[in-house]
Design a protein around this ligand. Structure first.
Ligand SMILES: [Zn+2]
Length: 154
C-alpha cells in the first residue's frame, strides 16, 4: 500500500491540498460529502493512505472503514429518513478506495445513468455546507453502540 499517489484526487483531499466538505476525520480515515451526490447526504468514506482496491486493505483498516460507513448509515437514516441507505464500493472514477453511503429512494438512484446524471449537476456550496454540518452533528450526538458482539447472538 502506497502512502500517497500525487495524481490521486482522494490523496490530495486526504492531505488537505484539495478542499472537501468533511463529516469525519481521524488518523486513518476521512469521510466527506460527494460533491456530485446521487442524493442529498451522499457520503464517501476513504482510508487516508492510497490503495486502489478494498480487498488489498489490511483487514483492521477495512474493518474500521466499514464500521465508520455503518455509523454514517445510521446517521443518514436518521437525518433523511429514506426507505434505504445504500452502501457500495466501485472505484472506476477515482482509483482510491471509497465507500459510498447514500440515502436511496428507488433502485434507479444507483444506476450508471444516475451516476452520469450526478456528474453533470451539483448542489450549491451552501447545500453541501449545511448537509455536512447536519451529518457531523448526528455523528457527534448519536450513540455509537457498535460493540463487537452486540446483537450477534440474538
Ligand atoms: Zn489516493
Amino acid at each position: 500500500m502506497q502512502p500517497r499517489d500525487t495524481s490521486c484526487l482522494f490523496c490530495a483531499i486526504a492531505a488537505g491540498h484539495v478542499p472537501c466538505h468533511a463529516v469525519y476525520e481521524d488518523e486513518h480515515l476521512l469521510a466527506f460529502l460527494d460533491h456530485r451526490p446521487l442524493n442529498p447526504g451522499h457520503v464517501l468514506v476513504v482510508p487516508k493512505r492510497h490503495e486502489p482496491d478494498f480487498h488489498r486493505l489490511a483487514s483492521a483498516l477495512y474493518g474500521a472503514l466499514m464500521q465508520l460507513a455503518h455509523r454514517l448509515g445510521k446517521c443518514l437514516a436518521h437525518l433523511y429518513q429514506p426507505p434505504k441507505v445504500g452502501l457500495f464500493v466501485i472505484g472506476f472514477h477515482v482509483p482510491h478506495v471509497h465507500v459510498h453511503v447514500v440515502p436511496l429512494y428507488a433502485m434507479a438512484d444507483m444506476t450508471a445513468e444516475a451516476f452520469e446524471r450526478a456528474q453533470r449537476t451539483s448542489p450549491g456550496v451552501a447545500v453541501l455546507v449545511d448537509s455536512a454540518a447536519q451529518i457531523r452533528h448526528a455523528l457527534a450526538v448519536m450513540e455509537d453502540d457498535d460493540t463487537p458482539a452486540s446483537g450477534w447472538h440474538a
